[in-house]
Write a protein that binds this ligand. Structure first.
Ligand code: DAH
Length: 315
């Protein structure tokens, strides 16, 4: 029997006691009545308490058999880990940050203007074909490269130039391409963009920043070289290569193309409201996946997006 039922039964018994009053001598009746009333008040209070605690129990039942604290069952549940690309992206951002660059994050959905026009690809420009990506039904564009952020970053930090400083910013982000997926091509991957603008920025400075970045990331000195490239948003445009380090499996003969770079095209500066006759800048952008693959000797980029636990658990 529950506490509530027990109290109700006591109350019922008590009510029967009241019937006895009429059999008592008149002078005894008052005291007897007071005693019964007190008892009834007490039982009613107890009944209310029992009802309250039962209702509270319905909301959050206390299961005294449930395990408390961390026991063996909890410990044996596998814990999630960070995706290796996110960990490495943080390292990349930190290296640039220590060199004095701001870090902002790229958008994952962009528009035609930031994808093309603001980067000096006018409508119908043949180089647009090299950035084949997806579109939403509403016409938004999952960006094919992090360069879509250049225009925004230039505008956002323009006041630093006007105050006598420089624009120095890196922009890591997730990018998308309409690719035939294979061991070296993914539809979804990561890039890091960089922009530097000052009154006297040079290509020599750009190469110095790049070399320093790759040497810090791989923790060793590296041989570098450039070759001509073409991007509508830089002039001149270069491809930046590093010699595959012996410690990372290189045989002293392989050159790896790590990023695209160049001096920011005057039209790109102009569109962001920066006078190209006063200011100059360099920009660069490169894949994070490839950077990480070289570091860990991975041969298939598809692992990153695969969600395979055996792969992820290695990191
Ligand atoms: N966005 C280019 C790509 O994905 C790479 C690139 C080239 C970025 C030159 C730059 C640059 O900022 O100046 O192919």
């Amino acid at each position: 029997m529950s506490d509530i039922d027990k109290i109700k039964q006591e109350l019922k018994k008590l009510n029967l006691e009241y019937a006895k009053i009429k059999d008592l001598a008149p002078e005894e009746r008052k005291d007897f009545g007071i005693k019964l009333n007190k008892k009834r008040e007490e039982l009613n209070r107890k009944l209310q308490e029992a009802i309250d605690s039962a209702e509270a129990g319905e909301v959050s039942p206390i299961d005294i058999t449930a395990p408390t604290g961390i026991n063996q069952d909890v410990k044996s549940i596998p814990r999630g880990t960070r995706h290796p690309l996110m960990t490495e992206l943080d390292k990349v951002a930190e290296i640039y940050n220590k060199m004095g660059f701001n870090v902002i994050e790229a958008q994952q959905l962009d528009d035609e203007y930031h994808m093309f026009e603001s980067l000096n690809f006018p409508e119908g420009h043949p180089a647009r074909d090299g950035y084949d990506t997806f579109r939403t039904e509403e016409g938004f564009i999952p960006p094919a490269h992090t360069s879509t952020m250049q225009h925004r970053a230039l505008k956002r930090f323009k006041s630093d130039l006007e105050n006598g400083g420089q624009i120095a910013v890196v922009i890591p982000g997730r990018v998308f391409r309409n690719e035939d997926v294979d061991a070296t091509h993914e539809h979804t991957f990561y890039q890091c963009e960089g922009i530097f603008v000052s009154k006297d920025a040079t290509l020599g400075q750009a190469l110095g920043v790049m070399k320093k970045f790759f040497e810090t990331y791989y923790g060793q000195e590296l041989n570098i070289k450039t070759q001509p490239g073409y991007f509508p948003f830089t002039e001149p445009s270069l491809e930046f290569l590093i010699e595959k380090p012996k410690s990372l499996g290189g045989k002293g003969d392989g050159w790896l193309e790590m990023l695209g770079m160049g001096m920011i095209h005057p039209n790109v500066l102009k569109m962001a409201g920066i006078d190209p006759t006063i200011y100059k800048g360099f920009a660069w952008g490169g894949g994070i996946d490839r950077l990480v693959m070289l570091k860990y000797g991975l041969t298939d980029v598809r692992y990153f997006e695969s969600g395979k636990l055996e792969f992820l658990e290695e990191f």
